[in-house]
Design a protein around this ligand. Structure first.
Ligand code: AMP
Length: 402
């Protein structure tokens, strides 16, 4: 089955065409700067030959429909295209950021589903409208193909009330659905499944802690294959120290800044999301730059690394308490897959809980799953590359073949 995976943002569309039989990527593409004077499109096709065919366009792309049409023309290009006709695409899988409490699994899209995604716009005002743009364009361009929404929040819908409720007036939950939702669910579910495969047991027999550390980051406690707690909350701001996001702060920081610095809610929101985290602490938001700065003796970069890894360790420890018995910990995403120092610092001192890192194994970098704990570690620690597109393609296939 050929599945086109679409991740539609406010001014961009990421897409990937996959063959779900072989799980091979056939096309990988990115449309950027939609709506700006000049837009960009990069389309990488993997024809039957070993070569890849890269096409770059630099032209006006006024809207998502134009962007998607250009991409489809390249996918079906008579010379370099991997398909002859768009009718060869069997299904479309859409990444949707917020499914609220309405969706606990990937769902076949119809008018009712679109209305329910729309109803979640107040919970994700930047993301859900952009995801809906992608859905509408794809429905127009592929009227025959089934379309499936795969939600970032769905995996976390098994989190119990004692972990998802905020201790706020209850009406806020009843009337406005203010609660913790969690994000990165597709990635957490994917790497939990891959870790279970590595350990050699079904996911529903294992307790795992999944650590997704990229530009955004979150950690999830997975009990018998189900999410029971995660670090992100109502929005993706809660929890870990991220590239530019603060993660947990005292909620009174809003009142303090408003009263003492005259900042508006908008200014505080922007500061917490875009000017905080690693960037706020040391001016750098890319972990590679932070290591380079530490090498040169930059003390603030060292503090930033310390604050980030301490927060990771604190949550890993908390989730060991939540789960009681932990079979495995898995690191994933840009930092989790590549940064042995962050990994080491994030589990340092947990030997008494059965976590023993093999430092030589941890120093490796691999595109494949790699075990970084010692053989006598009672908790298996792995690095497993995440692959949200493949996860969405698998889930899409599962929904339409059910
Ligand atoms: P992601 O959001 O998963 O694409 O992760 C992006 C982040 O991963 C970047 O902002 C970097 O901080 C981090 N990253 C990527 N490559 C490396 C690397 N080789 N070493 C350390 N951090 C990395």
């Amino acid at each position: 089955m050929k599945v086109l995976v679409i991740n539609s943002g406010s001014s961009s569309i990421k897409y990937q065409l996959l063959d779900t039989e072989t799980e091979a990527v056939m096309v990988n593409g990115l449309v950027e700067r939609i709506g700006e004077e000049v837009g960009d499109l990069k389309n990488k096709a993997y024809p039957d030959t070993d070569d890849e065919a890269v096409t770059k366009l630099h032209q006006s792309i006024p809207d998502h429909t134009t962007g998607m049409r250009l991409a489809i023309d390249l996918i079906c290009d008579p010379e370099k295209g991997v398909l002859k006709d768009k009718s060869e695409i069997d299904a479309i899988g859409h990444r949707v950021v917020h499914g609220g409490e309405a969706f606990n699994q990937p769902t076949l899209i119809n008018d009712e589903v679109i209305a329910a995604i729309e109803a979640c716009v107040p919970l994700a005002p930047l993301h859900n409208p952009a995801n809906l743009d992608g859905i509408r364009v794809a429905m127009e361009l592929f009227p025959e193909a089934p379309q499936v929404a795969v939600f970032d929040t769905a995996f976390h819908q098994t989190i119990p009330a004692h972990a998802y409720m905020y201790a706020l007036p209850y009406e806020l939950y009843e009337k406005d659905r203010v609660r913790r939702y969690g994000f990165h669910g597709t990635s957490h579910k994917f790497v939990a499944g891959e870790l279970a495969a590595q350990i050699g047991k079904p996911a529903d027999e294992l307790n795992m802690i999944t650590v997704h550390l990229g530009n955004g980051g979150s950690i999830t406690a997975v009990e018998k294959g189900k999410s029971v707690d995660t670090t992100m909350g109502l929005t993706p701001l809660e929890g870990l120290v991220m590239g530019t996001r603060s993660g947990d702060v005292d909620p009174a920081v809003h009142a303090f800044l408003a009263r003492n610095k005259g900042m508006s809610i908008e200014e505080i929101d922007t500061m917490l999301n875009k000017e905080s985290g690693l960037k706020g602490l040391c001016g750098l938001n890319d972990m590679r730059d932070i290591h380079a700065a530490i090498e040169k003796g930059d003390e603030r970069a060292e503090i930033a690394l310390g604050v980030q890894t301490y927060r990771n360790r604190k949550y890993i420890g908390a989730y060991m308490a939540v789960l009681g018995n932990v079979d495995g910990i898995v690191f994933t995403a840009g930092i989790g897959e590549n940064d042995d120092i962050v990994r080491y610092e994030s589990v340092k001192g947990l030997e008494c809980f059965g976590v023993k890192i093999d430092e030589a194994a941890n120093a490796n970098r691999a595109k494949e799953p790699m075990k970084i704990s010692t053989d006598d570690s009672t908790v298996a620690v792995w690095v497993i590359p995440t692959n949200e597109e493949l996860a969405i393609a698998r889930e899409t296939k599962e929904v339409i073949t059910k």
